[in-house]
Design a protein around this ligand. Structure first.
Ligand SMILES: *[C@@H]1O[C@H](CO)[C@@H](O)[C@H](O)[C@H]1NC(C)=O
Ligand SMILES: *[C@@H]1O[C@H](CO)[C@@H](O)[C@H](O)[C@H]1NC(C)=O
Ligand SMILES: *[C@@H]1O[C@H](CO)[C@@H](O)[C@H](O)[C@H]1NC(C)=O
Length: 292
């Protein structure tokens, strides 16, 4: 009889004697109760197991953002990597070291404008240290540490990273000096005209990996072919993504991060000699990265 007190469905009734309130269970009620408690505990243990073996997907949401308000992308040293390749997977640095002469010179600028003024700040170029960018050049943003890659359509503010790839002997408004150990112009032109020659770009992206439940960094690859007679202007517009994540078992924590996720490319091609004469700028390739 005492087991019947485990019946969750026991009904109340009044004994006439003494007016005491007691509960009366039934065997059916008791079995039903054991079944329900058993099922609930098993399900709880199952969920707990799933949680600890990473079987429960966290709740996450990704959103690409287009707005007229200000959008900023943080300038990190590993945001953009680049190198000139004279053949498939062969960097110009390798050839320059081999031949002991220079073919290409890179100049990088940070360009900022708003309604009142614009400004060009030259950025230092260094060999990337990020393990994903070994053999590539990166940009040092320490001179522009109070800036971001920014776009505000409403306030007419924009900034841009610009990388110019010049032949060693070129001279224009921006490239005003010639290194001592340049190759000849015909050797340089032959390199720029190589069938697989051009500039390889790597662009930082990060996204949330549901399986590992971590932010995962990947690089987008892009390649711009060169031809000696042309000035190729490639503009990459970064698209930013906002990810919010809710995870945790008993207590859910919420986190949020933003990262560039996509880089849309627009190419323009000018005659190099004409650009030099008319605009005073004549690199082989100009890469511009903005926040579109
Ligand atoms: C490119 O060359 C490097 C060595 O310079 C090599 O480690 C790498 O595997 C090559 N990549 C491809 C895709 O061939
Ligand atoms: C960044 O700092 C420089 C020098 O202090 C200043 O001239 C410039 O206006 C600042 N830019 C922004 C966007 O705050
Ligand atoms: C997510 O992370 C897991 C474990 O680290 C890995 O096996 C998987 O390839 C990653 N997913 C993607 C899409 O890279």
């Amino acid at each position: 009889m005492s087991f019947l007190k485990y019946d969750l469905f026991s009904s109340k009734f009044y004994m006439n004697v003494g007016g005491q309130q007691i509960r009366k269970g039934t065997v059916f009620g008791m079995l039903l109760s054991i079944l329900i408690v058993g099922l609930a505990s098993t399900y709880f243990i199952y969920i707990l197991y799933q949680y600890f073996t990473n079987g429960i997907e966290p709740n996450y949401r990704e959103q690409s953002f287009i707005t007229q308000q200000k959008i900023d992308i943080e300038l990190k040293n590993n945001l953009v990597g680049f190198r000139f390749e004279y053949d498939v997977n062969k960097s110009i640095q390798q050839l320059e070291a081999e031949k002991n002469k220079k073919y290409m010179v890179f100049i990088a600028l940070f360009f900022y404008f708003d309604n009142d003024f614009y400004q060009n700040i030259q950025l230092d170029i260094f060999e990337c240290t990020d393990e994903n960018l070994i053999g590539f050049y990166c940009l040092d943003y320490s001179k522009v540490s109070n800036y971001t890659l920014t776009l505000s359509t409403i306030d007419n503010i924009q900034s841009q990273i610009q990388v110019f790839s010049y032949g060693c002997l070129d001279l224009d408004q921006l490239k005003t000096t010639i290194p001592d150990n340049c190759a000849t112009q015909s050797e340089i032109d032959a390199i720029a005209n190589g069938i697989n020659a051009g500039q390889r770009m790597k662009f930082y992206t990060s996204q949330y990996n549901v399986t590992s439940q971590k932010t995962q960094i990947n690089y987008r690859n892009s390649f711009v072919y060169s031809i000696a007679s042309q000035y190729i202007l490639s503009t990459y517009s970064a698209q930013k993504q906002i990810t919010s994540i809710k995870e945790g078992f008993f207590v859910q924590s919420q986190s949020k991060f933003t990262s560039p996720i996509q880089y849309n490319l627009q190419n323009q091609v000018f005659d190099r000699q004409q650009a030099l004469t008319n605009i005073g700028e004549g690199p082989f390739i100009q890469i511009s990265v903005d926040n579109g």
